[in-house]
Write a protein that binds this ligand. Structure first.
Ligand SMILES: Cc1cc2nc3c(=O)[nH]c(=O)nc-3n(C[C@H](O)[C@H](O)[C@H](O)COP(=O)(O)O)c2cc1C
Length: 211
């Protein structure tokens, strides 16, 4: 298991050129999306949405505002990862309702949780709140990258685009969402980047043990 994980992690790289003829199955994509859904978040607020864009015309429009990155149209699947913009208004209520349902409790029994999360949210500025929601979305992104690698599925994470343009194309503002990252999924094509050696910092440079 440990060797399998290490192998998958060194096999994974950020694919530039996908093979547009290779499509993923619905079950493969759903397993990757499930790893995003199961991602942890601060207080469990899950301030995100994963939008799978299949429509070729819409993907062409997204590519046009993404520095013409071919993976936007050529990968088997494209997932837009968005953050919620209505944190102050809705996120605590949703958390409490969801938790009550899962634990078979009445929402009134979760007053402690509600007050704690509302308290943490209330002292944050709008700017800090957006950055907080945004940073949470990188957790499911990371989980999808790893899950896909373990399944032998290629990925191309992206931040190279004009987020507000993607929001416009997908009508995200009206849905209280804002684009943060995108993830292309599929299988690598004839891609010279696949051969590049990993240029990672050494283990001892990034890991410190305090004994
Ligand atoms: C959040 C994020 C955004 C990225 N955005 C882009 C992008 O827009 N276009 C691109 O070609 N690569 C993008 N990358 C890929 C990185 O450049 C790449 O992961 C990094 O150089 C390490 O290389 P490796 O993933 O191939 O090991 C992004 C990676 C991450 C994690």
């Amino acid at each position: 298991m440990q060797d399998e994980i290490k192998k998958a992690l060194s096999w994974r790289y950020a694919v530039k050129t996908f093979d547009s003829s290779k499509k993923l199955s619905e079950s493969e994509v759903n397993t990757i999306l499930e790893s995003a859904r199961m991602a942890p978040s601060s207080f469990g607020v899950e301030p995100w949405k994963f939008i799978v864009v299949s429509n070729p015309e819409i993907r062409a429009k997204i590519r046009a505002v993404s520095y013409d990155q071919t993976k936007v149209t050529d990968a088997s699947h494209l997932i837009v990862i968005a953050r919620r913009t209505d944190i102050r208004e809705n996120i605590t209520r949703e958390l409490v309702e969801r938790t009550a349902k899962a634990q078979g409790k009445d929402v009134s029994e979760l007053k402690g949780l509600e007050d704690m999360v509302n308290g943490a949210i209330s002292y944050k500025s709008d700017e800090t709140l957006s950055a907080w929601a945004q940073s949470q979305t990188y957790i499911p992104l990371g989980m999808m990258l790893e899950t896909a690698a373990l399944l032998g599925i290629d990925t191309g994470p992206m931040e190279g685009f004009t987020a507000t343009e993607i929001d416009n194309i997908l009508g995200l503002k009206e849905k209280n969402l804002a684009t943060v990252t995108m993830l292309a999924l599929g299988h690598r094509g004839d891609d010279s980047f696949a051969e590049l050696p990993k240029a990672r910092r050494d283990f001892d440079e990034v890991v410190e043990f305090v004994n």
